[in-house]
Design a binder for this molecule. Sequence first.
Ligand code: PDD
Length: 285
Amino acid sequence: MSIAFLDGTYLPLEEAKISPMDRGFLFGDGIYEVVPSYAGNMVGFAPHIARMQDGLAAVGINLDWSETDWAELCNRLINENGAGNLGIYLHVSRGADSRRFHGFPVNIAPTVFAFAFDIPPPPVADKARANSYRVSSARDLRWERCQIKSTALLGNVLHFQQGYENGHDETILFNANNELTEASACNAFIVKNGTVITPPLDNQLLAGITRHIVLDILRRDGSIAVEERVVTMDEVTSADEVWITSSSKEIAPVIEIDGVAVGDGKVGDVWLAAQALYSAGKFNY
Ligand code: PDD
């Protein structure tokens, strides 16, 4: 049985109940995070919390929680839930109102909900043991504020489902100019001639914490060149390697897009080097 947190109380997940008038339920009016934790050690805790605080500020949800408050919550959930391979889901909605009204209500308290769920063991830098991914591609039809980690995920859900219905693990997305944005629940990278390239941060994609850690670790190491710049669809289809990154997948090698092999169709050497560096350095974040 997993133990969750709802508005100040730790309780079995099955017993956690919210009002149907909660704006998270009615409007998707909220912000969330997923922080990975392995054997009690979180990856990227501080940047995850900073991104959530930025998201709350961006949508005008006032919650007076410090980083220490979030750390206490996360550590308690890790202890209560067995400290294995866990994703810690953190969710703050604008709160429950007495009526359905689009404008921000005054004097309601945000709803704070959190729970822990099992995630797979982290990838190891070994081509023979790597999970490789087959993905679909689609025109990105989400909104123009993708930098906000909003709980209103219908656009992402519909894009994920497109790939899923094709038997694929994800859907990578291109804007109207045929430029790569990200995937439905991951950031996206290509590798060309040994250089790792990912789209720059803007309103078209989430500033992924895994993306940040990958870029920082590679730049500090210095043996692999890194670029943040626009990536075209042609560059994706002619890339040597394509990766998708997220907190639970870390660096995931994509070997096929829309049924067509990426590069030689095998997990690449640059992935191997990058995942080795990531595995060695991730707990420093
Ligand atoms: N997804 N882009 C989108 C749209 C995402 O939803 C996510 C994360 C990422 C990667 O971000 P990070 O490296 O910080 O996990 C990029 C989470 C895990 C989810 O929705 O479950």
